[in-house]
Design a protein. Structure first.
Length: 261
């Protein structure tokens, strides 16, 4: 049965990586993962927004990529050590802070791809997701963190689970199984997974090959590639049969997707 996160949306899926920050918006100071970036992706027509989740010192889940504030605001503190009201002030002239709850409630037509970035965020993240699980996919490099969110949601007994993509261990097992040409091991590695979200290559090792994509598809699992910003690369990957492109330039990705219809 197809999860609602996938249902009714055309392929290829274009996932707005940390929202959308155009060159003009960047010059004006807009930051990735800000309220303005999510709003811009939505305004551009993106059905999917990819983002990252951290927990503040006072227990709010916010959309933010890095562990610290250094790169985005110049403040060296960790997000886990800063209160929500302080973060709101720091992000006020950078597009505005957005919490996970605000994102899910404020953009009811957007489907979110949420990366569990740090241990400790899982319980509150699950509580925020629970009323909106039909339009959430939970991802993480850590299969353990990803599973803890899903287990917390199961414990709530709220109904539908979010969709999920495999973490680093899962992906490594799939790559190994594909290289061994063992469909049985591919099937085992993909149990409980709806998507594989991967770079095209890792450390010189190609991951996204026709054989890899076909193996995932045989078991009803989609392949989404990150982070692809060049239109020619998008077209080439779509030619291999990938289902989704994660991109900083969702406006470009949406144009390429329209060409493929």
């Amino acid at each position: 049965m197809t999860h609602p996160w996938f249902a009714g949306a055309s392929l290829p899926r274009i996932l707005a990586h940390r929202g959308l920050v155009t060159a003009e918006a960047a010059k004006a100071g807009t930051a990735e993962n800000s309220f303005a970036a999510v709003a811009a992706a939505h305004a551009a027509g993106a059905t999917y927004v990819e983002s990252d989740c951290h927990l503040t010192a006072d227990g709010a889940v916010v959309l933010f990529h890095d562990v610290t504030l250094t790169r985005v605001t110049g403040d060296p503190r960790r997000i886990a050590d800063v209160r929500l009201d302080e973060l709101e002030k720091l992000m006020a002239d950078r597009g505005g802070l957005i919490t996970l709850r605000q994102a899910l409630e404020g953009f009811p037509s957007v489907r979110f791809n949420l990366d569990v970035k740090a241990s400790g965020v899982e319980e509150q993240m699950a509580r925020d997701i629970a009323p909106h699980a039909d339009r959430v996919l939970v991802a993480s490099f850590s299969d353990d963190r990803r599973r803890r969110v899903l287990e917390a949601l199961d414990a709530m007994g709220r109904g539908i689970r979010p969709a999920t993509s495999g973490g680093s261990r899962t992906i490594a097992r799939v790559v190994s199984a594909v290289s061994m040409r063992s469909d049985r091991l591919v099937e085992r590695a993909l149990r409980g997974v709806d998507a594989l979200q991967v770079p095209e290559r890792q450390g010189g090792l190609p991951i996204v090959t026709k054989r890899f994509v076909d193996a995932a598809h045989r078991h009803g699992v989609e392949v989404h590639v990150w982070t692809v910003n060049d239109a020619a690369d998008m077209r080439r990957l779509l030619g291999l049969g990938v289902d989704g492109i994660v991109t900083d330039h969702a406006d470009v990705g949406l144009r390429v997707a329209a060409e493929s219809h």
